[in-house]
Design a protein around this ligand. Structure first.
Ligand SMILES: [Zn+2]
Length: 277
């Protein structure tokens, strides 16, 4: 039996709104309901941002606390991963929810361009976020928007500044950052295998490339992410009806490549996370 594949559902993000797709969950109760359906469809990690009442991005720890409480109640055992990404806040506000001790949090270890701005991750902020994650026993998921981010993640892990097991996500297809490129993807996988053979990796594609990158990652033995944060459509003419629909597509690819879909308990074991409380 081949290694189970961990499916992460990026439920909301900080960019898409209900005007883009009415299925984007933007209130905490919608997020919990959408997560529940995604978990039923095979997701074992819920990657979450929170929003204000007007759908703008928020970094309010109280909203994250409500979301965590709801996920623990309605999706028992699921891995809760909060975003410390730069669209939801600035500076240390990006990590203001870390004392809530989610299982995981996203962490960027370098800067790059986003569609309309610079995604700034200065060294002192990276080291502050890493140390907060260590203090609260939170395993980071490294968001690699560029090759240098993968190499930096491996360096930080070897230096002992990252809590837990190394887990790197290749993000491909963000405008002005690394495009969706098969050769680059294969090189990323090779770098991980050669330089961090004990680490796990996953991959996410933005927009129409979500399904492409899902397939590459599943076929190559990695893990993968789907969800409305990264892509709101099933195809050019069809909006995705839910986060669960995008996870179902990824789960069908797992079947095609004979990869069992990891349960939350299996995903915790693969990623070296503590058992669910
Ligand atoms: Zn995110």
């Amino acid at each position: 039996m081949s290694k189970p594949c961990i499916l992460c559902c990026a439920i909301t993000g900080s960019v898409p709104t209900k005007a883009d797709n009415p299925a984007v969950p933007t209130t905490v109760s919608e997020q919990i309901e959408s997560s529940h359906a995604a978990v039923e469809a095979g997701a074992s990690i819920i990657h979450a941002h929170v929003r204000n009442g007007d759908e703008t991005p928020s970094s309010d720890p109280e909203k994250f606390a409500l979301l965590k409480e709801g996920l623990e109640k309605h999706c028992p055992g699921v891995i809760i991963q909060f975003s410390t990404g730069g669209r939801s806040g600035a500076g240390q506000a990006r990590g203001g929810m870390l004392p809530l001790r989610p299982d995981m949090a996203s962490l960027s270890v370098g800067s790059n361009n986003f569609p309309t701005r610079v995604y700034e991750n200065p060294p002192e902020l990276i080291s502050w976020l890493s140390s907060e994650m260590q203090a609260h026993e939170i395993t980071p998921e490294i968001e690699a928007f560029d090759l240098s981010h993968i190499l930096q993640a491996i360096r930080h892990h070897k230096a002992g500044t990252l809590y837990g097991q190394l887990y790197v996500q290749f993000v491909m297809g963000v405008k002005n950052a690394m495009p969706v490129d098969r050769e680059v993807f294969e090189f990323y996988v090779k770098i991980m295998q050669e330089r961090a053979p004990k680490a796990e990796w996953c991959a996410a594609g933005i927009g129409a490339a979500q399904i492409t990158v899902n397939e590459w990652a599943i076929a190559a033995g990695g893990h993968t992410r789907a969800g409305l944060e990264d892509n709101v459509r099933l195809d050019r003419n069809t909006l995705a009806p839910s986060n669960a629909a995008l996870i179902t597509r990824a789960a069908e690819l797992c079947e095609k490549y004979e990869r069992p879909v990891a349960t939350p308990a299996q995903a915790r074991e693969i990623l070296g996370l503590r058992a669910a409380t």
